[in-house]
Design a protein around this ligand. Structure first.
Ligand SMILES: NC(=O)c1ccc[n+]([C@@H]2O[C@H](COP(=O)([O-])OP(=O)(O)OC[C@H]3O[C@@H](n4cnc5c(N)ncnc54)[C@H](OP(=O)(O)O)[C@@H]3O)[C@@H](O)[C@H]2O)c1
Length: 332
């Protein structure tokens, strides 16, 4: 049986991707076969496409990518279950992050371990659900698992207008934490509209030079020395990086113990555990506390355009890939 998928045969650019007919994946005993209704674009997909940063090729494949079909966020319907599967039934609507399980969501079907997906929030469409799992767990694991965010604290999110910032600000609001967002000029009013109490345009103001101190900083775009971040952290405050310039992220890791001992500030890096906490996040969504924000929608055949749009970084919220028919996509 054949399906349509966006296939990558070499490292390169969006122009190197093709919509092709490939075999529907065969199911292992502990896997579910998901009919994909929607997916979404992430930094990870671009990393696989470009094979960058270069050291990632040790994991992604030295000369050509091991992952042939990208797409780490998925929302869809369980079409078949392996004989050892206990958590899912046929016809169930599920969503999840496949980044630990071989990706594959830019296709009509994907086979993945049953632990890679959980039941979808009852109040979301498939395309809304696809906008959640990867970015939400980056936000939640940073702010709650690492930084232990508490009511009354002050939070700054750097790189606030993308997938992570959009969900992190809602999580902060739900916990009674006032958030400041830093992003470019075009995203200032968008950031206010999604709940940031203060916004900073990084093209005109350097927040690390301000007098204001923050209890927490969440950074999706680490570009500076950790000492710059320490300058605007309150005593015993916590800075968490989820990504950015690799040399800067490594500096954070290497200097964190010294900074804790000498400056009493916590510098931490998140190592994402895909889907850990996703069921709790489902509860927040179903309670109406958090809602996904979609920037734009692209059809499966237009994944190259979606990646170009994401790479141009003009997106406000998530770039969603609509794989199945739109009437099915809004069936919830
Ligand atoms: N730690 C882990 O285990 C792990 C796993 C997967 C992914 N990640 C990382 O998680 C992050 C994903 O974040 P995301 O999905 O929210 O990304 P995103 O959607 O690309 O959003 C990032 C935002 O930062 C803005 N930005 C760019 N340069 C900036 C600067 N110098 N200062 C402030 N803002 C800036 C971008 O806007 P403009 O470019 O338009 O200005 C964009 O709005 C990535 O860094 C990824 O590598 C980490």
């Amino acid at each position: 049986m054949l399906m349509q998928a966006i296939v990558q045969r070499k490292y390169g650019s969006p122009a190197d991707l093709n919509l092709q007919q490939v075999e529907i994946p065969t199911l292992k005993p502990d896997q579910v076969l998901i009919r994909v209704v929607a997916s979404a674009v992430n930094d990870f997909d671009l990393g696989i496409l470009r094979g960058k940063p270069l050291f990632m090729r040790l994991y992604l494949g030295l000369r050509r990518p091991k992952v042939r079909i990208m797409g780490c966020e998925v929302a869809g319907v369980v079409e078949a279950v392996g004989k050892d599967v206990t958590r899912h039934q046929l016809g169930q609507s599920v969503y999840g992050d496949l980044s630990e399980r071989g990706f594959g969501a830019f296709a009509e079907f994907v086979a993945t371990h049953e632990d890679a997906v959980v039941p979808m929030p009852a109040n979301l469409s498939f395309e809304q659900a696809a906008a959640i799992p990867h970015a939400a767990m980056l936000a939640m694991q940073s702010l709650i698992d690492i930084a232990a965010m508490a009511p009354g604290q002050t939070l700054l999110i750097n790189g606030a207008g993308g997938g992570v910032g959009t969900l992190a600000v809602q999580l902060a609001k739900a916990k009674g934490v006032a958030a400041t967002g830093v992003d470019n000029t075009a995203k200032q009013s968008y950031m206010r509209s999604i709940g940031f109490e203060h916004v900073i345009d990084y093209t005109v103001e350097d927040f690390t030079r301000s007098e204001k101190l923050y209890d927490l900083i969440l950074d999706t775009k680490t570009t500076r020395s950790p000492f710059d971040y320490v300058r605007v952290l309150a005593p015993d405050g916590t800075y968490v990086t989820v990504g950015g310039s690799m040399p800067r992220v490594f500096q954070c890791v290497i200097l964190s113990r010294w900074i804790k001992a000498r400056k009493n500030r916590n510098i931490r890096m998140l190592a994402l555990k895909p889907n850990k906490g996703l069921e709790y996040f489902t509860q927040l969504i179903e309670a109406g506390v958090i809602a996904p924000v979609i920037d734009s929608r692209f059809a499966l055949k237009d994944v190259p355009d979606a990646l170009r749009h994401f790479e141009a970084a003009a997106h406000q919220g998530k770039v969603v890939i609509c794989v199945a028919d739109m009437s099915k996509a809004s069936a919830g």
